[in-house]
Structure formats: structure tokens, C-alpha cells
Design a protein around this ligand. Structure first.
Ligand code: XLS
Ligand code: NI
Ligand code: NI
Length: 438
């Protein structure tokens, strides 16, 4: 059965094509910096936004009715697998990501949920074998069901903690079975609404305990995928414990978990935290914890996690610059954690959305690769810090100096000279690379 029979496989046609159902920049086999574009970008479909999302928001019901939505829960779950793989094949997406809850109905008991998951996982596995499409990462949804109203790892209810552990165990089993390259923890309700009823220390201890148990279990079953934490500052809770990259790194270090996790960085979460996407990527890069990306964008005027498809070339260029400078993706990839607007009700809109996101990042990749090849910023940055190659600078860098020696040195200076930071020139250069890259 086909769900998108009116759409042919989306092909690369270049910037002069007027065909809106074609790629203008994403040319999967094209070599950039010695590697195929598709292997640089590792585009991934988010199961939730693409196959289960139906357009509801805090003010309104669902608006989108997909062909599979009128079936009973298990048939619907099966149809979604078929639709998802047909969709990925047509777009040339080679990866996908899912939460346990996205793929199978929860049923009445935990056991029934697990049984449902097993049935669907078998179907997914067959589709993966048929198409060669791979699992970028798996995760467990521990935030939608009302059971998690006080949190999962940070709940005040030990039974809910145990339930969360059970879901994680199952999700790890599934991710291993499907050969997932990673496993994500996004702390949906791991945060607080008010400190008036919150034992913050206990909640953080318990969260660390759960993460530790998960990594131990992974070892036990031989799951070698990469664990990620996905920072987000707020929403749904007023304060999420995994606020941003810096906060998560501190948490991991405090609990001795720093070697076990990398970051899954989401563009919209970065801006919610008051950072740029590039800032979060840079911080992860310089600390050696860059892992994977949830590609999307927010709306600065709305101010919540709008999860829109990325269309901003400037942002995508800077993101790809950081990703390439971090050595590129290994286990990670670019997962479109993005959804169509609730008024975009047709399946056709899904295709436009992905094509736009893929082209934006493909163009970003090409521009970033040229910037790196020409060492545009590296040369300028190196020059900017060249005083640290002077005698005094080397002593500082090598921590081979005392405060008194620095003071003595400063006293010999008659005048301190600074040079221009050249920000406007650099911004023009960046724009010039965007203008001329095709
Ligand atoms: C929500 C998160 C979520 C994670 C996976 O804001 O982005 O979708 O990526 O649980
Ligand atoms: Ni995300
Ligand atoms: Ni998000």
C-alpha cells in the first residue's frame, strides 16, 4: 500500500530548476571536503512530528488528518511504519529517530505496551532491511502520559521512577535490536514548577542515578551506541534541569557521568536558553561533547518551542561550520525535530518542509566547507590572539608565571595598544561566501 503515490522520488535539479518538488542544493552523492554530502549531513526523519503529529497546540485541537489516522490503534501503528519508510525513501532520508510511544499504542498495562512495541519493532526491522534506512537514535517518552506529571527521573513518586526505568530498559532493548547509533535523554518533565514543594538535591541525585543505571544496563546488553543529553531550558516545566550545554556539563561532571554522554543540540532550545544555536554548538565542540543535532528553528516573536523547519541560510551555515570544525558527525546526525504549521494540512506540505530543511543545510554545508578550506576565520582568529605567542603571552599560556611577575611586566608598559576586532568586515566576508556559493 502506498501513502504518497502522487509524489515521485525527490531529485536534485539545481538552483535553476523551478520544480518545487526537487532539491536545489542537496545533491547526496556530491563530494564536499572529501566526503559525500549525504554522509556529512546524515539527515533523519523525526517519527513523532512526521507521522504522529496532528497539528494540535495549547489553544486548539488537531487539524491534520492523515490517511492512517482513522484506523484502530495497532493498524494505525503498522500503517505509520509503511508510510514513514515510503516517505524516507522518497526524500532520500537515510535515518530516523523515534520515542517508544511514537511507534506503538500504550495499551492498558505496561506488559501490553511492551508486547505492542515488539510487534511494531519487527515490522520496522523488516522495513529497515528492505530499504537500508538506519536508526539514528531511540528514546523513551516519559512526559506525555499523566503518570509523569511530577517528572520521571526527578519524580517525587518512587513507583513512577520504577516505571520510567522499565520504559528506558525496553527502549534500550529496542534501540539495540534495531542497531541504533545512539540513545537520547531529553528530560521532558525533569524540572520543577515551584521550589516551594521541591527537593532539588534529591531530584538531581535521582536523575543521575537513573542515567547511570541506563548506561550500566547498556553495557550489560552490549549496546554500544552513543548516549546523548538534549538540553532545553524550559517548557514544559518552568525550569528544566538540563537547561543548556554548560548546565548539563556541570551536572554530568558533578555525578561522574561526563565520559558517558555527549550533547544532542537543538536549535530552538538554544534560542530559548538565550543563546544562539552556534553558541551551544561551539561550547560543545570546545569541550569535546558535540554529538548530534535536532535541526529546527524557533520564532523569536512567539518565544516557545515552535519546532519549525529550518530555512535560515545564515544559521545553517554557522551551524555547519561548527559541526565541521568539531570533526563532523560520527554517531550523530541532523534530525529534523520539526513540524509543519497546523494550517499546513496536506501531506504535500510535509514534503515541502523536508525539502526546504534539507536544501538549507546542504547550502550551509557548502558555504561552511569553503570558509574552512580558505581558513577565513581561522587565519583571522589566529592573528587576533598572536600576542599570546610573545614572550609574556607564552608564559601565560603555559601557566608559567605568577601574579607578581605579571604585575612587574605591566608596570614596564607605557601604553597598551589594541587592534580592531573587524566585526563588520567579517560579517561582510561571511555574506560574500553565502552570495557566491552555488
Ligand atoms: C522537545 C524535544 C524532543 C526531543 C526528544 O522539545 O525536542 O522532541 O528531541 O524527546
Ligand atoms: Ni529535540
Ligand atoms: Ni524541542
Amino acid at each position: 500500500m502506498n501513502f504518497f503515490s502522487e509524489i515521485n522520488k525527490i531529485k536534485y535539479e539545481g538552483v535553476d530548476s523551478n520544480n518545487l518538488l526537487s532539491f536545489k542544493h542537496y545533491n547526496p552523492e556530491e563530494i564536499v571536503l572529501g566526503k559525500k554530502m549525504k554522509d556529512h549531513l546524515k539527515f533523519s526523519m523525526s517519527y513523532w512530528h512526521t507521522l504522529t503529529g496532528a497539528g494540535s497546540d495549547p489553544f486548539g485541537d488537531s487539524t491534520i488528518n492523515r490517511e492512517w489516522d482513522n484506523l484502530n490503534p495497532m493498524d494505525k501503528a503498522k500503517a505509520r511504519v509503511k508510510a514513514g519508510f515510503e516517505f524516507m525513501e522518497k526524500l532520500g532520508l537515510e535515518y530516523f529517530c523515534f520515542h517508544d510511544k511514537d511507534i506503538a499504542p500504550e495499551g492498558d498495562t505496561l506488559q501490553e505496551y511492551f508486547d505492542n512495541l515488539d510487534i511494531i519493532v519487527d515490522i520496522i526491522q523488516k522495513e529497515m532491511d528492505r530499504t537500508g534506512i538506519k536508526l539514528l537514535w531511540g528514546t523513551s517518552n516519559m512526559f506525555t502520559n499523566k503518570r509523569f506529571l511530577h517528572g520521571a527521573g526527578t519524580t517525587c513518586n518512587a513507583d513512577v521512577f520504577a516505571w520510567s526505568a522499565a520504559q528506558i530498559k525496553k527502549a534500550l532493548d529496542i534501540t539495540k535490536k534495531l542497531n541504533g547509533e545512539g540513545y537520547v535523554f531529553w528530560g521532558g518533565r525533569e524540572g520543577y514548577e515551584t521550589l516551594l514543594n521541591t527537593n532539588m538535591k534529591l531530584e538531581l541525585d535521582n536523575l543521575a542515578c537513573l542515567l547511570n543505571l541506563a548506561t550500566e544496563y547498556a553495557k550489560e546488553i552490549g549496546f554500544n551506541g552513543q548516549f546523548y543529553i538534549e538540553p532545553k531550558p524550559k517548557e514544559p516545566t518552568k525550569h528544566q534541569y538540563d537547561f543548556d550545554v554548560a548546565t548539563v556539563m556541570n551536572f554530568l561532571r558533578a555525578y561522574g557521568l561526563e565520559d558517558k554522554f555527549k550533547m544532542n543540540i537543538e536549535a530552538n532550545h538554544a534560542t530559548l536558553a538565550g543563546h544562539t544555536f552556534q553558541h551551544e554548538l561551539r561550547l560543545a565542540r570546545v569541550n569535546g561533547v558535540f554529538g548530534s543535532v535536532d535541526a529546527n528553528r524557533g520564532d523569536l516573536l512567539l518565544g516557545w518551542d515552535t519546532d519549525q523547519f529550518p530555512t535560515d541560510i545564515y544559521d545553517a551555515t554557522l551551524a555547519m561550520y561548527e559541526i565541521l570544525m568539531a570533526g563532523g558527525f560520527t554517531t550523530g546526525g541532523l534530525n529534523f525535530d520539526a513540524k509543519v504549521r497546523r494550517a499546513s494540512t496536506d501531506t504535500l506540505d510535509l514534503f515541502y518542509a523536508y525539502i526546504g530543511g534539507m536544501d538549507t543545510f546542504a547550502k550551509g554545508l557548502k558555504v561552511a566547507a569553503k570558509l574552512i578550506e580558505d581558513k577565513v576565520f581561522e587565519n583571522i582568529i589566529e592573528k587576533r590572539y598572536e600576542s599570546f605567542k610573545s614572550e609574556i603571552g607564552i608564559k601565560i599560556s603555559e601557566k608559567n608565571i605568577t601574579l607578581k611577575e605579571l604585575s612587574d611586566y605591566a608596570l614596564t608598559l607605557k601604553e597598551v595598544k589594541n587592534t580592531s576586532g573587524r566585526q563588520e568586515m567579517l560579517e561582510n566576508i561571511l555574506n560574500n561566501y553565502i552570495f557566491k556559493t552555488n
